[in-house]
Each structure stands twice: as structure tokens, then as C-alpha cells.
Ligand binder design. Structure first.
Ligand code: SAM
Ligand code: SF4
Length: 333
């Protein structure tokens, strides 16, 4: 079905990222303050699964074909597979994906897959247990790697690895991560640190540009990186096939290169705010009208009108400090 959601810059909105919680069991330095974002989170502030499903249904009715469940850490919210089972029945929804730190993935992967989840992105910033623990402030690499194996075993397709590359912290592991991806047959995506929220801004002195990452990968594999043709699943990633293999690698360079012209997505926070840009404040509250009894038609109209507020682009380069207002855990990456 064709999307009815078109913004003022003629971009079609076909993808929604839904944060099911802003809580997380990890505390990655670029994402979360050490004490967490809402240590005393009030349950009522979060959209229930019924409310989330209702909003997702409205988006699908308007032509959105892809949903990604994210967070915070989506797997710290109980029974996520119930939400997946519900939304997987929506006609027109082609793709249900997950972004996770994989700490609980070994336990949850089968139920999610059975419920209709198609694929998942797993964050891994280091393959060294002690370093991994430091970066995530307490994470357990053994559990994460077990989660990776389980996701592959149950047939999530594709699984992808996301590594945020930080100068002086883990940039010496770019090559090891490429090898791990090759070993598992999994695409690795290297992400530049983005100045989102105080945590992200504080890490910008460790920013490591995508161009250098690509040069290192090319040297390591001793083969060309062939730009991947055709539509890729994830808009902002630039993807390459390692010549002579079936393995792809990608870079996400929000800071050194804009990818705003092709932006096809909006984000829903766990508290029901529709965020129209990762790096701008423009947003629309959906929770209040939902709880005030808005009709399905009213909700669809509200969503259509919201698209008109989608800004043209972010200004990560121009004005880093203006985008401290929101945290990545609320936006879901
Ligand atoms: N907890 C899940 C995870 O870690 O995959 C999902 C939510 S997390 C906010 C989504 C993605 O955002 C992760 O790949 C994470 O590495 C990335 N991320 C968070 N803060 C970032 C920052 N300041 N710069 C770049 N990427 C960031
Ligand atoms: Fe948690 Fe993911 Fe943020 Fe790390 S990146 S603190 S795992 S939400």
C-alpha cells in the first residue's frame, strides 16, 4: 500500500521506530547518564501495549510498512512478544524489527520470532568482556554473545551488529568486529557517535569518522568494498559488500554526512510523543488525545497533520549544544 504520509519536503514516511520504554539495564556512556534517565519511572506515563498497538495500527493504515521496536532496552519491558503478535496481524505491515543490547535475547528470541518478529539489530561495542563491561557500565558480554547465537538459531533474518566507534575507547576493535561479522555471516554497521542528549554530547571528543573506518576495513579485508546497490533496509546506513564474500558492512555517519534528504521515518517515544526528527525538537503529543478518547479517524488525521511539522534536516554539525534537549534512550536511536 502506498503511504499517505508525505512531509513538506516530499519525503514519504514509511517507517516508524517505536520506543517501548526509556529504561535500560545498561548505561552506555554515549546514551545514558550513570543514574539512568527516570530512576522512579511512573508506569502510567508509559503507553500500554494496547495504546502502542493502536498508534501503530493507525500508521499502518496510513501506509507505513515497517516498524522497529526499540528503547531504552525493549527487552526489559515484559512480554514484548504480546505486542509483536498483535501488530503482526496488521495487513500492510511487512517488517517488524528489533533493536536490542541482546542481554535478554537468548531468553526472548524464540517467542519474538514465533510472534512475528522478522529481524534484529544488536548493539555490541566491544568483544573484550572487561571493556564491554566498562562501556556499558555493567554489561555482560557472555550473555550478549549467547543472545546473538540464539537470534541466528531461531532464524531472525537478517541479524545485524551495531558498533558505536569511539576514538581511544574501542576504535582498535574495528578489525576484530569485521572478523566476528564474517564468522557469523552478519553485517556489521559502524556508527559515528552522535551529539544527542548530554551523554552523546559529552562523547563527541571521541568521534571517529566513517571515512577512516571504511579505510581501515578495506585494508583489513584486503578487498574492495563494493557499494551495495538497490534498496537497503536501513536508510541512513551506507552499505558495502566485501568483494569475494556475501558479507555486507555499513557505516552510519549522521555527523560527517547528512542523510536527511532520504529520511523516511518518525519516532514514537514510550510516553506517546511523536518525534519528527532525531536532531530537532519538533514533536506532537499523541498520548493526551488518545487518553481523551480520540476516534480512529481523528488519530489518523492527527498523524497526517503531524507530518507537516517534519523539519528538513538536523543540525548536528552546526550547533551541537542545541540538541541536548532529548536523550537517545527516549528517541530509540
Ligand atoms: N538498547 C538498544 C540498543 O542498544 O541497541 C536499543 C536502543 S539504543 C538507543 C539504539 C541505538 O542507538 C544503539 O545502536 C546505540 O548504540 C545507538 N546510540 C545511542 N546513543 C548514541 C549516540 N550518542 N551516538 C550514536 N549512536 C547512539
Ligand atoms: Fe541502553 Fe541501548 Fe542506550 Fe546502551 S545504547 S544505554 S543498551 S538504550
Amino acid at each position: 500500500m502506498k503511504t499517505e504520509l508525505i512531509d513538506p519536503f516530499n519525503r514519504k514516511i514509511e517507517y516508524i521506530r517505536v520506543s517501548v520504554t526509556d529504561l535500560c539495564n545498561y548505561r552506555c556512556g554515549y546514551c545514558m547518564p550513570e543514574q539512568g534517565v527516570h530512576p522512579e519511572g511512573n508506569h502510567k506515563e508509559y503507553l500500554s501495549y494496547d495504546e502502542l498497538a493502536r498508534i501503530i495500527k493507525a500508521f499502518v493504515k496510513l501506509g507505513v510498512a515497517k516498524v522497529r521496536l526499540t528503547g531504552g532496552e525493549p527487552l526489559v519491558r515484559k512480554n514484548l512478544s504480546h505486542l509483536v503478535s498483535e501488530i503482526s496481524t496488521y495487513e500492510g505491515l511487512e517488517d517488524i524489527a528489533l533493536s536490542t543490547n541482546a542481554h535478554h535475547l537468548e531468553r526472548e528470541a524464540q517467542a519474538l520470532k514465533t510472534a512475528g518478529m522478522t529481524r534484529c539489530n544488536i548493539s555490541i561495542d566491544s568483544l573484550k568482556p572487561e571493556r564491554f563491561k566498562n562501556i556499558t557500565r555493567g554489561g555482560d558480554l557472555v550473555k550478549v554473545l549467547a543472545g546473538v547465537d540464539k537470534a541466528l538459531e531461531v532464524g531472525m533474518t537478517p541479524v545485524k551488529f551495531n558498533m558505536v566507534v569511539m576514538k581511544g575507547t574501542n576504535d582498535d576493535e574495528i578489525e576484530a568486529m569485521v572478523d566476528y561479522g564474517l564468522e557469523k555471516g552478519v553485517e556489521v554497521r559502524f556508527i559515528e557517535t552522535m551529539p544527542i542528549g548530554p551523554a552523546g554530547v559529552s562523547m563527541m571528543n571521541q568521534h571517529y569518522p566513517a571515512s577512516k573506518i571504511l579505510a581501515r576495513v578495506k585494508k583489513h579485508v584486503g578487498a574492495d568494498l563494493i557499494p551495495s546497490a538497490g534498496k537497503t533496509h536501513d536508510g541512513p546506513a551506507r552499505n558495502f559488500i566485501i568483494a569475494g564474500t556475501n558479507t555486507r558492512i555499513g557505516v552510519i555517519s549522521a555527523v560527517s554526512e547528512h542523510f536527511c534528504e532520504t529520511c523516511n521515518r518518525v519516532r514514537l517515544t514510550a510516553r506517546g510523543v511523536l518525534a519528527l526528527c532525531l536532531g530537532q525538537e519538533d514533536s506532537v503529543d499523541l498520548r493526551t488525545p488518545l487518553r481523551d478518547g480520540i476516534t480512529d479517524e481523528g488519530l489518523e488525521q492527527l498523524i497526517k497533520d503531524a507530518m507537516l511539522k517534519k523539519p528538513e534536516k538536523h543540525f548536528f554539525n552546526e550547533n551541537v549544544h542545541n540538541i541536548e534537549f532529548r536523550q537517545m534512550v527516549q528517541l530509540g536511536g
